[in-house]
Design a protein around this ligand. Structure first.
Ligand code: 2AM
Ligand code: CA
Ligand code: CA
Ligand code: CA
Length: 266
């Protein structure tokens, strides 16, 4: 069996070090490229940060597998052994335009089970951390379990794109929820939206398309606190493929799934 506590100690050390390098890079000119479309951005810092983790992990744990957004890790078809699922910068558009509201996200899975999650808000120097079964902490301060809340008193994180014409969702599906919720927000970093849910700043987060590195760490935190993480049809999330994601407080997840997401029948 892998020594998960030792892995956890290294992961914390490396994520802090990577954050330090990102902060130190702020005065330098970014090299920005596009990927699948003109708004799908990547910088040299995304790439260098991912390479940094891969060098550290491979040198210490050559048998571990790595799934990373920028493609320097392994090609995975299954989750056996220890797998690090890494997004070197989640919220790249915010990183480029705002120099804030982005995070490093690392989920560590053992035989397909989420054991360790780290989400590091680099600019605020806030490290959200979960070790499964031992609670969720922000810079050492423990977060409280999530309880239920009515839609009318809830803040829902949701990008405006999903109530306009789009390829993934009927635009009218979520508009009643937008109207009836207390408020909506969009932060542009799935990992931060997950920790905002974990810390009670928002009550649900809904998005029709994420990759495993966007949610691998966050769902371990949300579930540790009693929150619910599924796709938009209420199915278990798949850590090897793109998926829609719906995370919420317990109870609220049920209410939204039933009243707005029609129990997945849309
Ligand atoms: P990124 O910054 O790591 O690319 C933006 O609303 C959120 O969605 C961010 O977490 C962003 O991650 C993610 N995202 C951006 N483009 C995406 C894409 N093409 N597929 C999946 N997730 C994406
Ligand atoms: Ca990206
Ligand atoms: Ca991401
Ligand atoms: Ca990214």
């Amino acid at each position: 069996m892998a020594n998960m506590h030792e892995i956890d100690t290294y992961a914390k050390q490396w994520i802090k070090e990577a954050g330090e390098r990102i902060r130190a890079s702020f005065p330098n000119t970014l090299n920005i490229k596009t990927k699948s479309n003109p708004n799908d951005l990547v910088t040299n810092i995304d790439q260098e940060t991912e390479q940094y983790f891969i060098e550290k992990i491979k040198a210490t744990y050559p048998e571990h597998k790595i799934l990373g957004e920028e493609g320097y890790g392994d090609e995975l078809t299954q989750l056996s052994g220890v797998v690090w699922i890494i997004d070197p910068i989640d919220g790249t558009m915010n990183f480029i335009h705002q120099q804030r509201n982005f995070a490093i996200s690392i989920g560590i899975y053992e035989e397909g089970v989420g054991k360790i999650g780290l989400i590091y808000d680099v600019v605020l120097d806030e490290l959200y951390h979960v070790f499964k079964g031992q609670g969720v902490f922000v810079n050492g301060e423990e977060l409280q379990p999530l309880d239920s809340r009515a839609v009318s008193e809830s803040i829902i994180a949701l990008n405006a794109t999903w109530v306009t014409e789009n390829r993934r969702l009927p635009p009218e599906l979520l508009s009643p929820l937008v109207k009836e919720a207390r408020g909506t927000r969009s932060y542009g970093s799935a990992a931060l939206e997950m920790v905002y849910l974990a810390s009670g700043r928002i009550d649900a987060y809904i998005t029709p398309r994420l990759a495993p590195w966007d949610f691998a760490a966050g769902i371990i935190m949300v579930e540790e606190l009693g929150g619910v993480a599924t796709d938009l049809r209420g199915e278990t999330l798949d850590l090897l493929n793109q998926s829609s994601v719906f995370v919420a407080r317990p109870g609220l997840h049920n209410e939204i799934m039933h009243r707005y997401l029609k129990d997945g029948r849309w």
